[in-house]
Ligand binder design. Structure first.
Ligand SMILES: [Zn+2]
Length: 316
């Protein structure tokens, strides 16, 4: 069973941020190129999920798992646990070709013209395996066999090996081949006591840190750099006007009754998990408290009495 699904909160944050930054903001280009890179990464991860989800009947799967080990954060793209072992599957997106050199322990990717050295994916995965073992120990859980694989998400990436091909082929493959590699390990079984993978997965899920990060903090972007207002759902213009209970786009003249909902969700993604009436009036450009209150209720927001603020359900 998949007990933790990958979410795209971070991408949603980036999209919201880009739609509310002035294009001439000194950080705009940097945010934009990070967004493009992350989006590619996410698409690659989803391509790999498609294959790994085939194993969901017999295994416990956690996508995008964050655990704290020895005070440091560890992020795993995928963890699959069966009754025999745990499998770490890290996803790599490369265009063109990549080369593993087993003699020099070197990893390079060829981007049409220049060859560039990168952090060696196998060494990275090996480190993750050790840290996962350390996490089990920290939690007073018995050690379990852990294997890792590097899934190359783009089927057109060419994988080259200089030196020992077999060694690399054991752990690196295009995403479509990873389930078979896992099944081969599974067929060998183990002479250990069966792992109660549902229980172990549930423990990991409870320990998984779901932090609320504001992406702009990383770039030094201030909340006053986030443009307030309502986007037109049709032409994306920021600055719809409220007229007789509906929103009107001054650019394309379209009307929308619910365009403020998206804006409020973006406020929660970018500025704060709670909002008060004054902030709501500022951000949505409303004249009256009554309208703000009505909007909160219509979106089923939860009132936090002590903060005189409203928040999304299921969030404290
Ligand atoms: Zn419009």
């Amino acid at each position: 069973m998949i007990i933790k699904k990958r979410n795209k909160n971070e991408l949603d944050q980036f999209e919201a941020l880009l739609s509310r930054m002035r294009p001439d903001h000194p950080k705009f280009r940097e945010v934009e190129s990070d967004y493009v890179r992350r989006k590619k990464g996410y698409i690659g991860e989803r391509q790999v999920d498609y294959y790994l989800e085939d194993l969901a009947n017999e295994m416990t799967i956690l996508q995008d798992l964050n655990l704290s080990v020895e005070g440091k954060n560890m992020q795993l793209d995928n963890l699959l646990i069966s009754q025999h072992a745990a499998y770490i599957v890290e996803v790599k997106n490369f265009t063109g070709s990549i080369t593993f050199d087993t003699e020099l322990q070197q990893f390079t990717r060829d981007e049409s013209t220049q060859e560039r050295g990168f952090r060696h994916p196998i060494l990275q995965a090996e480190l993750q395996k050790q840290r996962l073992q350390a996490w089990l120990q920290e939690m007073n859980l018995p050690p379990i066999p852990i294997y890792y694989f590097i899934a190359i998400s783009d089927p057109s990436t060419i994988i080259k090996v200089e030196g020992n091909k077999e060694e690399i082929a054991k752990v690196v493959a295009h995403a479509a081949h990873i389930p078979n590699k896992i099944k081969q390990h599974e067929a060998r079984g183990s002479n250990q006591q069966p792992i109660q993978h549902q229980k172990l997965g549930a423990k990991m899920l409870r320990a998984c840190k779901q932090e609320y990060h504001l992406p702009m903090l990383r770039y030094g972007i201030q909340s006053q750099d986030i443009l307030p207002g309502i986007h037109c759902p049709v032409c994306k213009y920021l600055g719809m006007k409220r007229i007789y209970g509906t929103w009107l786009c001054p650019k394309c003249n379209r009307k929308s009754k619910g365009a403020h909902k998206r804006a409020l969700l973006e406020y929660f993604l970018l500025i704060n998990l709670k909002i008060n009436i004054k902030e709501c009036k500022r951000f949505l450009g409303l004249e009256s408290r009554t309208t703000a209150n009505r909007i909160f209720r219509s979106m089923n927001l939860v009132y936090i009495k002590s903060k005189r603020s409203w928040t999304l359900p299921n969030r404290k």
